[in-house]
Every structure is written in structure tokens, then in C-alpha cells.
Ligand binder design. Structure first.
Ligand code: ADP
Length: 300
């Protein structure tokens, strides 16, 4: 196959690993800087241009789209889709996953376990919102945040009220969420490829911190997950329409609760913690996708 990896740089761990894994399995792999692509949106022959080239010969693309370039990145993926090129994750599914509120709404419709979450526009509703999630301690999340930025733990109702009001004064969109104490600063990352959780790890926050993000100094270890956790991760991935995802969940007294579904999950943490060749499994999945789509086209 000829595979294009959409990524800002070939020096990023995940990009490098996918490139190596693709080449090791006999494919031609190119890294394409997403922001340097430009598009010809015509009805007859939609095209993606890149530097002096026209990118018209990829069989499949692997999007590695950072949160800060979601808008342009998903437009480029969509353009490839218009050209009949399959994408590891579809542009529409990536857009869904990037909107925390929309994701939670889609997961709730499918009956998937979630922390109790509230969302409101008016600052007049602050006290009601606090009550809705069961009062402090509670977590306040900026809708646009990533890597734990903009995630705040309010220990008292008074603190919660001030933080919510301050964010709302700044016109920031926030979610208010029950704090899952029993998770004790740990969450579980399930790495889903197709219909399997291929690797999982437990991340634990450093001392004095409740956010377990590795970017915030959290540590990772291998963990075996329960059948219920496995099912929740697979259901969440499917609910958003993703093929490959990093599903973050909290272990609570009432079972697994999904926090987030990442559509460009990093490989560094999970491969280092588990020693598994996750990049190779992604390429293998892409081969299967390509075979299925060729067969479908053949039938059509
Ligand atoms: P981001 O997308 O910015 O990483 P998350 O929603 O994943 O934000 O939150 C960051 C971290 O904060 C999580 O990995 C988890 O450790 C902790 N956390 C988030 N929400 C809750 C919650 N409701 N209860 C307990 N801990 C939470």
C-alpha cells in the first residue's frame, strides 16, 4: 500500500513509529505536513496539493491531527475522503471526538457510563449546576482544554461557584462534573484498534495532583482491565464512529466511567508501558480496511 501519515513532523514518536511499522510491513509510507496541504475543491476532480506535488496516489491515510489544528486537519482528511482515499479515522468521527460536550452527549445516548456532568450558559444557574452534580468536590473543565489544562478541582461549593463564575465571565464554555474520589488520582487508558482493546495502562497522578496526564508528570503502568471496562472502551469508540482510539476511563464504585475518547492517541506512553507494538497493530488494521474496501469496490 501507499500510506500517507498526516502529521506536523516525522520526528514525533508516534509518527516515527507508524512510519517504521508501515515500512517494516512492506508499505510505502510518506509523512505529509497537514498544514502545508492545500486543496482543490472542484466537483470533477477534487485534489490535495502538497508542495509541488499532487497527492493522488495514496491508498490510505493515517491522520495524526493535534487539537490545535482540528479545523484545518479535518478539512484535509475530508478532501482525501472525497477523492476515495480511506482514512484510519474518518474526519467526521475526529470532529465528534474533539468536542467534549458532543462526545459526552453521544456516549450518554448509548447508555455508556459517564461521570454526572452539567453544562449551562447562564451564570444565574451556577448553584443549580453545582447541585446537579452532587455538590463539591467537583471538577470544572474548559471545553477547549487538552492534556489536563483547564481542568480544575473545586473542593468546596464556594470555590466551585467562584471558578465557574470566573470562567463564564470570560465567556469560556465549561463542563461541571462530579469528582470521582475513588479513582484516587488514577485513570485507565484503553487503546482500541478495530474491535479490540490491544493495550491498556493505568496512569497515576503525581503527589498533590489529581490529574493523571503523563504530560502533567503522571506515571504509567501495565494493568489488566475487566470485561466491563473492555466493553465500555469498545462501546465508546463505536459510539463516536472511530476505528482507532485512546479511551480514558475512571474506575468508580458504579463501574467504569468514560472521561474522554481520543482520536489521535499517542503511542509513546502506551508502547513504553506495555512493550507492545501498537504501531504494527494499527498498520495491520489499515491493511484489513484497505482489503475490505477493495473488495467492496470490486463488488460495486
Ligand atoms: P484532558 O482532556 O485535558 O486530559 P481530562 O478530562 O482527561 O482532560 O482530565 C484530566 C485528568 O483529570 C484525567 O486524566 C483524570 O486523572 C482527572 N479527572 C478528570 N475528570 C475527573 C473526574 N470527574 N473525577 C476524577 N478525576 C478526574
Amino acid at each position: 500500500m501507499k500510506i500517507g501519515i498526516l502529521s506536523r513532523s516525522s520526528n514525533i514518536y508516534s509518527t516515527k513509529r507508524l512510519m517504521e511499522a508501515g515500512r517494516a510491513r512492506g508499505h510505502e509510507v510518506d509523512v505529509i505536513d497537514t498544514l502545508k496541504c492545500y486543496m482543490d475543491i472542484t466537483s470533477k476532480k477534487p485534489m490535495v496539493h502538497y508542495q509541488e506535488r499532487v497527492l493522488d496516489d495514496f491508498d490510505a491515510i493515517i491522520p495524526r491531527i493535534g487539537a490545535s489544528i482540528t479545523f484545518y486537519g479535518t478539512a484535509v482528511i475530508r478532501q482525501f475522503e472525497m477523492m476515495g482515499v480511506s482514512s484510519l479515522n474518518e474526519s467526521v468521527a475526529i470532529s465528534r471526538s474533539r468536542d467534549k460536550l458532543r462526545s459526552l452527549q453521544l456516549l450518554s445516548r448509548k447508555g455508556i457510563g459517564l461521570p454526572i456532568t452539567g453544562f449551562a450558559h447562564s451564570t444565574k444557574m451556577t448553584q443549580e449546576l453545582i447541585k446537579l452534580v452532587g455538590g463539591a468536590p467537583l471538577v470544572i473543565k474548559l471545553l477547549e482544554g487538552t492534556q489536563g489544562k483547564g481542568v480544575v478541582l473545586a473542593e468546596t461549593d464556594g470555590a466551585a461557584e467562584s471558578v465557574i463564575d470566573a470562567f463564564r465571565e470570560m465567556d469560556a464554555n465549561i463542563l461541571v462534573q462530579e469528582f470521582i474520589k475513588e479513582a484516587r488520582g488514577s485513570d485507565i487508558r484503553c487503546f482500541v484498534v478495530g474491535d479490540q482493546v490491544v493495550a491498556s495502562m493505568k496512569r497515576t497522578a503525581k503527589l498533590g495532583e489529581f490529574r493523571s496526564n503523563l504530560h502533567r508528570g503522571g506515571s504509567a503502568e501495565v494493568i489488566s482491565i475487566t470485561t466491563e471496562e473492555r466493553q465500555a472502551a469498545l462501546d465508546a469508540t463505536k459510539a463516536l464512529g472511530l476505528n482507532v482510539a485512546g479511551v480514558d476511563l475512571l474506575r468508580s464504585d458504579r463501574g467504569p466511567l468514560i472521561m474522554e475518547v481520543n482520536s489521535s492517541p499517542g503511542l509513546n506512553g502506551i508502547e513504553t508501558a506495555t512493550g507492545k507494538d501498537v504501531a504494527g497493530m494499527i498498520i495491520e488494521y489499515l491493511e484489513k480496511m484497505d482489503k475490505d474496501s477493495t473488495e467492496t469496490k470490486g463488488r460495486g
